[in-house]
Design a protein around this ligand. Sequence first.
Ligand SMILES: Cc1ncc(COP(=O)(O)O)c(C=O)c1O
Length: 386
Amino acid sequence: MKGTFPINKFRELRTPFYYYDTKVLRDTLSHIRTEVAKYGNYSVHYAVKANANPKVLAIIRENCLGADCVSGGEIRAAIKAGFPTDKIVFAGVGKADWEINLGLDYDIFCFNVESVPELEIINELAAAKGKIANVAFRINPNVGAHTHANITTGLAENKFGISMQDMNHVIDMAHDMKNLRFIGLHFHIGSQILDMGDFVALCNRINELQDKLEARHIRIEHVNVGGGLGIDYGHPNRQSIPDFKSYFETYNSHLKLRPHQTLHFELGRAVVGQCGSLISQVLYVKQGTNKQFAILDAGMTDLIRPALYQAFHKIENITSDAPVQTYDVVGPICESSDVFGKAIDLNGVKRGDFIALRSAGAYGEIMASGYNCRELPQGYTSDELV
Ligand SMILES: Cc1ncc(COP(=O)(O)O)c(C=O)c1O
């Protein structure tokens, strides 16, 4: 089954561009709200890194999510889109002074701190402003996730977070710092996780940590389990809404949350992944020795995921019903890794056909670059193209 697209409107636009189906986005957000409402003490922050298109951010903000940011630029984008500053969390291993100051100036909800030197700098900068910064520690739980190696983040070998061995010491340090308030623990084990067992492993690890902290009479108000819920890249139409029910139920069944605690989530891909497609046109069909190439006007500069981590995106020829043939679908960039898919079955392709690379709403437009002096792709919503 192919997706449905406003092809006539597409013909008026310059390709490549991103197309966001706002019905899918709104349905996704509505599912999240319904599931979260079952639990009372759950708070979902949207991970802005997945897609910071202002039109997309505005719809997410309307649905009352908070924002998870990893840079000063993302904090600015979130504030511009109207996210309340007291619902902004700020993570990242390398926060620059100006970024910390920005967070302090806006009194954001929490800094997710990833190292001792960072903790000291936040305390120093907060003191200079006469403020008290809320901090949570990002703990590296040494939990693996069944996903691509480049998107696991919770293993001891990854650069993220504070190790479990150092945790007690760092919490003691924070308690001694006058311009910090230690409010919670933060975790994030990776992205595109579909095996709920990985989240169960994280819950078990958090339960152990909480028991140890409780034994030391350390009170944690907020537990933030990050994001990571994956989407079905193979079936963007059949499975346009990720399995939020199982996801939240997993945490509800396995995490021993204390009655006073709030559980925070930072979902990116699962919120915006399925609503977006990269729309491109075929420039040439080229016969190779043993194969044929469909050469698109979109390349790895527009959607880098296949080149960066061999990611799969469903590819559809949305303007052809011709008999299916097999193509290597490639871009125009001067790199051999500029390939969207090899041996892909598509309805017979000719110059000018429109090709949709599906499930590209997350880590698509936001990762676009100007390599080869290319223009950045525009992003349009279905609301605009009626
Ligand atoms: C700290 C943190 N939180 C949340 C996310 C969002 O992850 P996802 O898009 O898989 O939900 C990421 C992604 O890398 C992250 O690093």
